[in-house]
Design a binder for this molecule. Structure first.
Ligand code: MLT
Length: 410
């Protein structure tokens, strides 16, 4: 019998960004001449920076010569990249992370989705609401979510931590048992942040409750304000309770090139049902080596070049460019009298749909009347209803055009 994993039947609709793409493609077919401006999925538009391109070209040349050709690399990443990551992203910022705590992969989406394989099916997970849908859906697939309750618009076995206008976008500690907490800061989708003191409360909570924090820091490079942590390991005690995910996608334009990494500190332990400790670092290594054959050599050489002085400064220019776009969006929304959040330490702006509109209604209106694509807040969870996400990842010209059109909406 071709019995299926019935947990998949609990998934709601299609993956958010596939659903958006489907609707946009349908609109495009019906309106072939429409000049559609995409401020939806967080995909970058700036090309790879010259330092990265040069490094990739050189690495391709390496592959063309028998003397320097590389076949399978280490599954967890080449030392040359793992060492640079540990040195530049952590040690130079006063955080002691070693190269063997860094696992290079082809994306933070895959890593944040796959990490739950290390956990027992009975662990109780908590997510913020709204939330990046990958965290929820992968736990649904694994059978941890319980059933979807249509009346509540939520899964029965997941704890949802509101990140809303009402609580200033600061989630409250749960008052029930949770074993695993997904936190994404700077936050996707709201673009809001936690201060060090706010994040420290979560590290403390996890320490006291033997819980695990899965910290998605894919947008850390966008932090501009002081006292906003770029890594959870800036908080004392975090190495005992947290795994951190990072990506070159939004930082260095690798959405097409594919490179990311996950830090699993050796100090972090999980427990078996007899209470014995096990190294999550060793388990993730085992999983990685079993299921993954590594990121291409030339991609890793490109990622390595992000840490050269030229690479760093070229990348910073792009980040500033996207942050400039987020500022344009924020300013335009303000002038249009639309409430908006985020966009200061993040490429994402989270707006309240005008006139009490629902998220998908606003999506359709914006697409049909302004030919602008955004992401409906409801797609990120119940608490996202009535809100909408725009990204600063398009070009400056398109961003300005999109905002002008949005401001003219009736
Ligand atoms: C987003 O738009 O939320 C992200 O680009 C999706 C992703 O990184 O997978």
């Amino acid at each position: 019998m071709r019995l299926i994993n019935e947990n998949y039947l609990e998934l709601q609709g299609s993956y958010l960004f596939s659903e958006i793409a489907k609707r946009v493609n349908r609109f495009k077919e019906e309106n072939p001449d429409a000049d559609i401006l995409r401020l939806g999925i967080g995909d970058v538009t700036r090309p790879l920076v010259p330092a990265v391109v040069e490094a990739i070209k050189k690495a391709v040349d390496d592959m063309a010569s028998a003397d320097t050709f590389r076949g399978y690399g280490p599954e967890q990443g080449y030392d040359f990249l793992r060492e640079k990551i540990a040195q530049h992203d952590y040690c130079e910022r006063g955080i002691a992370i070693t190269a063997d705590e860094v696992f290079v992969s082809d994306g933070a989406k895959c890593d944040t989705g796959n990490i739950q394989e290390l956990l027992g099916t009975e662990v109780h997970i908590a997510v913020t609401d709204p939330v990046y849908p990958v965290y929820v859906d992968t736990n649904v697939m694994a059978g941890r979510s319980g059933n979807f309750d249509p009346a509540e618009g939520r899964y029965t076995n997941i704890t949802y931590l509101g990140v809303t206008e009402e609580n200033g976008f600061v989630p409250e500690l749960p008052d029930e048992r949770v074993d695993v907490i997904y936190l994404c800061y700077p936050n996707n989708p709201t673009g809001t942040v936690l201060t060090k003191a706010e994040l420290a409360k979560w590290v403390d909570f996890a320490g006291k409750n033997n819980a695990l924090i899965l910290f998605d820091a894919a947008y850390e490079a966008y932090v501009t304000e002081p006292d906003i942590p770029r890594s959870i390991y800036e908080i004392e005690g975090a190495k005992e309770v947290a795994i951190e995910f990072r990506s070159f996608s939004k930082t260095a334009g690798f959405t097409g090139a594919r490179c990311a990494y996950t830090v699993v500190p050796k100090a972090l332990k999980g427990y078996d049902s007899d209470g014995n400790e096990h190294s999550l670092n060793a388990m993730w290594l085992r999983r990685h080596t079993t299921k993954f054959n590594g990121v291409p050599y030339y991609t890793q050489r490109g990622a390595e070049a992000c840490y050269t002085p030229e690479g760093k400064s070229q990348i910073q220019t792009d980040i500033d460019y996207y942050l400039g776009n987020a500022k344009i969006i924020l300013q335009g929304l303000k002038e249009a009298g639309i409430k908006a959040f985020g966009g200061v330490n993040s490429p994402y702006v989270w707006l309240k749909c005008p006139g009490q509109m629902k998220s998908w209604d606003f999506f359709d209106k914006l697409l049909k009347e302004a030919h602008v694509v955004g992401t409906p807040g409801a797609g990120f969870g119940r608490s996202g209803e009535g809100y909408f996400r725009l990204t600063g990842f398009n070009t400056k010209e398109n961003t300005m055009k999109a905002i002008e059109r949005l401001m003219k909406l009736k």
